[in-house]
Design a protein around this ligand. Structure first.
Ligand SMILES: *Cc1c(COP(=O)(O)O)cnc(C)c1O
Length: 213
């Protein structure tokens, strides 16, 4: 479970940490680079927001304990993350392992949603494998329809995408995480095979966007 702490104060993160939580999710680069250095170093930060290529450097340099970028949805963004990770690895004290990424899939077909088309995700996975040695495709992520009744189809779609990506990469399906499910539907998502639910308001309470700078 990823505790989504966006817009919530550091104190909320620390309280959940004290209760044993280690995986936290954030959507905004600036907010995460502010919070991460103030939180314990063994927090596993998940970036779950839309990431612009020009913020990749700020994100990776500002969050050394970034566990995964869940929202890679283009080859351009992957290449940028790969280059930044390579630069960071040239420093002696930097991690030598590749950065884990999830490929974000637009399973609901809504124009407004980020994510690669389901039909294009296997090609994107292959492009990352072949062209981004400092990244590792560790899973797939989707948000799905706001209308919960459509989520089962969205979740089913992500599972089918994983099957295809696993075949393309030559890895077992269960080597790839399925990031799907939020406060309103995490139970259904788990029943449908989610291995990574992103839960915010159920843990931390409703978000007050007015309070965000
Ligand atoms: C905010 C957010 C969540 C958490 O949403 P809740 O409904 O508060 O649980 C999960 N995933 C993404 C991508 C988000 O932006």
């Amino acid at each position: 479970m990823v505790a989504v702490s966006k817009t919530k104060p550091l104190a909320a993160v620390l309280e959940a940490y004290a209760a044993g939580q280690r995986d936290f999710g954030e959507n905004y680069v600036q907010e995460l680079v502010d919070k991460a250095p103030q939180a314990p170093a063994d927090v596993r930060w998940h970036f779950i927001g839309h990431l612009q290529s020009n913020k990749a450097k700020m994100l990776l340099e500002g969050v050394p304990n970034l566990a995964v970028v869940e929202t890679v949805d283009s080859e351009k963004l992957a290449k940028k993350l790969d280059r930044v990770r390579a630069d960071i690895q040239n420093h002696a004290d930097a991690p030598a392992r590749p950065l884990d990424i999830f490929l974000q899939v637009n399973t609901s077909g809504e124009e407004s949603k980020s994510g690669v088309e389901p039909s294009e995700v296997a090609a994107l996975a292959a492009a990352v494998r072949d062209g981004c040695p400092h990244l590792r495709v560790a899973g797939l992520m989707t948000i799905g329809m706001p209308d919960y009744s459509s989520r089962p189809e969205n979740f089913e779609c992500l599972r089918a995408c994983r099957k295809e990506v696993a075949q393309t990469l030559g890895v077992p399906e269960d080597a790839l995480e399925l990031s799907m499910g939020m406060s309103g539907d995490f139970e259904a998502a788990i029943e449908m095979g989610s291995t990574n639910v992103r839960v915010g308001s159920t843990i931390f309470g409703a978000r007050d966007y007015g309070a965000k700078k």
